[in-house]
Ligand binder design. Structure first.
Ligand code: ME8
Length: 686
């Protein structure tokens, strides 16, 4: 059943505008759905808005409108955004819908009937922004352990869901993988949490404190806790025709079990969620389902956070990037590509617009867009704009690229969502994308090596063969990238007239503007800092990067010799033998190159084998001892600095034609250096 995917995003609070954390999660869910469909599976994609609770009530109060008016005005900021990011949910749910209110009331009533909800008078520490009670043990120095804000002591009668009864059953579900938590370290976190006795869950709020919520059907003085309400949205979407509950008919489970939507999609669900809402999804939600007699969800995919300068991007901190601005500047495909390629699902990633520009220019504009443009251009010039026939024998590099393409395709076709987007313990979407982009890099390498623009004058068949197969390779890459960049992928297939994935000789190609225009990134200008003459430890103004690449400049600024970045101390006396004049320095050919491929060297812990485009006819093979600090896929597509005029050297039986420039970090680990923005391959570093 793994080729049937019900995929969900968190439903977003309508207390503010959407930000890129929301956009990321929705794009991720959309792409997972598209990967499933690409592999012949079926998907149902749900997203929506979380419209009850204190946060929304407070946001409405701030605007001076009723909560109902507030949510009615603001939910469409989310709903209307998704299609413009090429996200196509099958259902957009609002928790204020009658259907959802009915489901929540049925769930409450049923659990009450079953004796799994009971009222107690309770005293505890309450966090107003998070709308939850904490025990004495849980609070940290009088503050909420979750958000760090002050908590207040409150006594209240409330309704409790007897969640503790399901502790062992939940542990079993996590341990056996019945409910997979991806990445695996998050499963361990949940199991760690479950080592302590599980508390019962307060699932009501007295109306005297919070009126904006779903009324408890058995006690009209209360509304439901917003998380109890919100989590059930995942089920509401599967019970479209459920009548409102009445005294005689208020069970949920028996109706759900009879719903064809439920039968089709539950529990083949993958919930995408941020790591901050893991407990609600991994503990509250499955125990609620178990109590209702329903299976736990199949999988939780927990994402990391987008950080700005290493701080979480969040509405309360006010360092939020507006997804609308990103979309309008770069277009939805670039945004999707950046999000999905840059972030390893589950880990945090730093957001910077500069990184978006780098990904756009290096991967999309150069490797993919320019590749297509070049091939169509060559066909226009030499073959009347038609796809030439592949009559010759492919060269070695071409055969290698074709084999690689075939392998990618067969992995893709043979596997379902599980292997393409996910392993049992890890979402590997960013790796899948990197693997596909490696095909475009190989195809670029083929054009450089086979040089059909030259051979067409001497061996027309050879040029035709190269161009035909490279076009087929581009089509394969476009198909495999369709879940990530749907519009560009469709446009590539249209221009090559290969909507069915097959490139046919004689077909007229369509020309068009560049698929991904390049963007300029202007690095913020830094002013040189005058070194103070006080204690040496304060003098860390030159970075190791500057020291290695431009020793002269570093010295000129300080006038006091080189600074050891680890100790902060200056080497006070420059030994004359360490000084080089500018002519000697410029005999080093330091060049910028683009990493086309990167792979570990068998039997070597330290070495990576790189092929680097230094603007020469053929890319160079360079071996570099950085395997312990850099993942190969993180180097591919990046520009690096190389000393290009060293004599060739044999390492592990392979020839290395140049050396990568690295700086050592404070732990002595090697970190490759990259230009601050894209420059042409092969340019000299001066
Ligand atoms: O939590 N980077 O809604 P929400 C990545 N209504 N993701 C981020 C992020 C960031 N900087 N900031 C927030 C809610 N998110 C509930 C969900 S589901 C039944 C109810 C993610 O609008 C965050 O981790 O506050 C969460 O997964 C999602 O945005 C929704 O946040």
């Amino acid at each position: 059943m793994s080729n049937r995917l019900y995929v969900t995003t968190p439903i977003y609070y309508v207390n503010d505008k959407p930000h890129i954390g929301h956009a990321y999660c929705t794009i991720l869910a959309d792409a997972l759905g598209r990967y499933t469909r690409l592999n012949g599976g079926e998907t149902y994609f749900l997203t929506g808005t979380d419209e009850h609770g204190q946060k929304v009530q407070q946001a409405a109060e701030k605007r001076g409108v009723s909560p109902k008016q507030h949510v009615d005005e603001l939910f469409s900021a989310f709903k209307d955004l998704w299609p413009t990011l090429e996200c196509a949910p099958d259902r957009f749910i609002r928790t204020t819908e009658h259907a959802h209110v009915g489901v929540v009331q049925r769930a409450l009533w049923q659990l009450h009937d079953q004796g799994l909800i009971e009222d107690r008078t309770f005293e505890g520490w309450y966090c107003v922004p998070d709308e939850r009670f904490w025990t004495e043990k849980e609070i940290v120095e009088g503050k909420c352990p979750d958000c760090g804000r002050p908590v207040t002591r409150l006594q209240e009668r409330n309704w409790f869901f007897l969640m503790s009864r399901f502790q062992q059953r939940l542990i079993d579900a996590v341990q056996t993988g019945e409910m997979a938590i991806v990445p695996a370290n998050r499963a361990n976190e949940v199991l760690g949490f479950l080592r302590e006795p599980l508390q019962d869950l307060c699932i009501s709020r007295p109306k005297s404190r919070l009126s904006w919520g779903i009324e408890l059907p058995f006690d009209r003085d209360f509304v439901a806790y917003v998380w109890f309400d919100a989590l059930l949205n995942y089920i509401t979407a599967l019970a479209p025709d459920l009548p409102p509950p009445t005294q005689d008919d208020h069970q949920l489970t028996k109706h759900l079990l009879a719903s064809p939507m439920y039968q089709k999609w539950w529990p083949h669900v993958t919930h995408c969620l941020g790591k901050d809402i893991l407990t609600t999804h991994a503990v509250y939600w499955p125990t609620m389902l178990l109590a209702l007699g329903l299976p736990v969800p199949r999988r939780l995919v927990t994402t990391g956070w987008w950080l700005m300068d290493d701080a979480k991007m969040s509405k309360s901190i006010g360092n939020v990037v507006d997804p609308l601005v990103l979309r309008d500047t770069y277009g939805p495909d670039v945004m999707r590509y950046f999000f999905l390629r840059e972030m390893a699902v589950g880990q945090d990633a730093n957001f910077s617009e500069e990184a978006v520009v780098r990904r756009n220019n290096a991967d999309l504009a150069n490797d993919l867009g320019n590749l297509l443009q070049r091939v169509i251009g060559m066909c226009t010039r030499s073959f009347d704009g038609k796809i030439p026939e592949a009559a010759g024998t492919p060269s070695f590099v071409l055969a290698d690229a074709l084999l690689y393409a075939q392998r990618l395709q067969s992995v893709d076709a043979a596997s379902d969502f599980e292997t393409v987007a996910m392993t049992a313990s890890q979402a590997r979407l960013n790796r899948t994308i990197a693997d596909t982009m490696a095909l475009t890099q190989k195809l670029n390498g083929v054009l450089t090596a086979d040089a059909p623009f030259k051979t067409v004058l001497t061996d027309r068949d050879a040029a035709a063969t190269t161009l035909h197969h490279v076009l087929q390779g581009i089509v394969i890459a476009a198909q495999l990238l369709a879940p990530v960049i749907p519009a560009a992928s469709a446009e590539i297939l249209r221009r090559v007239r290969a909507e069915d994935g097959v490139v046919r000789a004689g077909v007229q190609l369509l020309e068009g503007p560049p698929l991904f225009p390049k963007h300029e990134w202007k690095a913020p200008v830094t002013t040189p800092v005058e070194l103070p003459v006080s204690t040496p430890t304060e003098l860390r103004v030159t970075t190791p990067t500057e020291l290695k690449v431009q020793p002269g400049a570093a010295e000129a600024t300080s006038g006091r010799g080189l600074q050891d970045f680890r100790t902060g101390e200056f080497r006070s006396e420059q030994e004359p033998s360490n000084l080089v004049d500018i002519d000697t320095f410029s005999r080093n050919q330091l060049r910028v190159g683009l990493v086309l491929t990167a792979e570990p060297v068998p039997k070597s812990k330290k070495l990576l084998r790189l092929t680097i485009n230094l603007g020469e006819e053929t890319p160079r093979q360079i071996l570099s001892g950085i395997a312990e600090t850099v993942a190969p896929e993180d180097l591919i597509g990046k520009q690096v600095l190389v000393i290009a005029n060293l004599p060739p050297r044999l390492m592990m039986g392979m020839e290395s034609r140049g050396m990568l420039l690295v700086a050592e970090d404070a732990d002595g680990k090697r970190v490759p250096l990259h230009p601050a923005r894209d420059v042409p391959n092969g340019v000299l570093v001066k």
